[in-house]
Design a protein around this ligand. Structure first.
Ligand SMILES: NC(=O)C1=CN([C@@H]2O[C@H](COP(=O)(O)OP(=O)(O)OC[C@H]3O[C@@H](n4cnc5c(N)ncnc54)[C@H](O)[C@@H]3O)[C@@H](O)[C@H]2O)C=CC1
Ligand SMILES: O=C(O)[C@@H]1CCC=N1
Length: 265
């Protein structure tokens, strides 16, 4: 069980998804979670589940053991300043904000606060996130606590801070990239004969199967592709056409463009 009181500042797409994921995990009482947002009416679904909601960030931070920052990047430093008067060294501050490094967070929050960065993706709502964490906190106990919380919400790994930008692109943006593949596959599926609903189901289950093959075996995707590509067959014809049109290259260039966007701000 998670015994700590958790406050999520910014109950938007990600903050809301984390709250729902935590509730689904049944590892924490919904009443131990507080979510803040300016427009409270948009948090009604969480409130119905027993989560506390408020638009007062300072009040919500006062008695929290863990404060998760899920506001937009341009707001994070201002909001840390807002809650700073009530922060104490026993609290853990976890920033989910992309592109704002530990050093900057520490500069603004002060060095006695226990600061972590966590980079999840929206599958956190269904406890299937890939979450990468960085921190300068040395305490194993605190590191394990943060890992324990995110482990309820999917797979979690601690990485060095210098890899957080790459983690943001591959895991957090990555879910959108994978979903765009799915949309394109569905569009193709409709053109060759399926209704939209069926095309979506077939695509989703096929992607789930591909994911399972790689996660279960640890084999390189190309080894699994080799099992599908019958010589002179149908699959290799399609795959080669996709590559002629720049499939892998456009994906890699997209990842690099996203990475450069973080680096340049
Ligand atoms: N959406 C995603 O998949 C991921 C987002 N992130 C990071 O998470 C952060 C949040 O992203 P999203 O959830 O997509 O944005 P969002 O815009 O959906 O959520 C931000 C929320 O903060 C609320 N808010 C604005 N001002 C506030 C204030 N003064 N006090 C309390 N709440 C306030 C907004 O009403 C909104 O609900 C960003 O910094 C982003 O870089 C990181 C990884 C993945
Ligand atoms: O697109 C963004 O800026 C945020 C950070 C990673 C995922 N969504």
């Amino acid at each position: 069980m998670i015994d700590q009181k958790i406050t999520i500042i910014g109950g938007g797409n990600l903050g809301g998804a984390i709250a729902f994921g935590l509730i689904k995990s049944k590892q924490i009482q919904p009443s131990a979670i507080t979510v803040t947002r300016r427009r409270l009416n948009l948090l009604e679904k969480l409130q119905e589940q027993g989560v506390k909601i408020t638009n007062d960030n300072v009040e919500a931070s006062k008695n929290a053991d863990i404060i998760i920052l899920a506001i937009k990047p341009y707001q994070v430093l201002e909001i840390i300043q807002e809650i700073k008067p009530v922060l104490n060294s026993n609290q853990i501050l976890i920033s989910l904000v992309a592109g704002v490094g530990l050093q900057k967070l520490e500069e603004v929050a002060g060095s006695d606060v226990q600061i972590f960065r966590a980079m999840p993706n929206t599958a956190i709502a269904i406890q299937e996130s890939m979450t990468l964490i960085s921190t300068n906190v040395k305490s194993e106990e605190l590191r394990n606590l943060v890992l324990h919380i995110f482990n309820q919400l999917g797979q979690t790994t601690i990485i060095t801070e210098d890899l957080m930008a790459a983690a943001t692109v591959l895991a957090s943006c990555g879910i959108a990239f994978a979903l765009r593949y799915m949309r394109a596959a569905m569009q193709g599926g409709i053109e060759i004969g399926f209704g939209a609903e069926m095309a979506q189901f077939i695509t989703a289950q096929t992607v789930k199967g591909a994911t399972g093959l790689i996660l279960d075996s640890g084999r390189h995707p190309e080894q699994e592709i080799d099992k599908v590509t019958t010589p002179r067959g149908i699959t290799i014809t399609g795959l080669n056409e996709m590559e002629h049109k720049g499939f892998s290259s456009s994906l890699i260039q997209g990842l690099i463009a996203s990475f450069n966007k973080i680096e340049k701000g």
